[in-house]
Design a protein around this ligand. Structure first.
Ligand code: SF4
Length: 79
């Protein structure tokens, strides 16, 4: 299965994508949570929790959160 980089998140149809977190990169800054609290939440321990790892491929809110991660810790892959 092809994994797209955060720069390659381009909506093109009506399918779904799976959100992938590179835990080694994530520093718990929380920008993703601020942009899309329906998918991302920083826990009390400072670790990122995915509230749902599936999103519509044309969900601009979650895709913007993926693109905006300054640590490049987020990506999506076709579901
Ligand atoms: S924006 Fe990136 S580094 Fe920050 S919590 Fe989200 S995934 Fe982790």
């Amino acid at each position: 299965m092809t994994q797209l980089s955060h720069r390659d998140v381009v909506a093109s149809g009506s399918g779904a994508v799976r959100i992938v977190v590179d835990r080694a990169r994530c520093s718990g800054i929380g920008i993703c949570e601020s942009l899309d609290p329906s998918h991302f939440e920083i826990g009390d321990d400072g670790a990122l929790m995915l509230l749902s790892d599936i999103a519509a491929e044309d969900d601009d809110t979650v895709l913007e959160a993926v693109r905006s991660c300054p640590a490049l810790a987020l990506s999506v892959q076709p579901e």
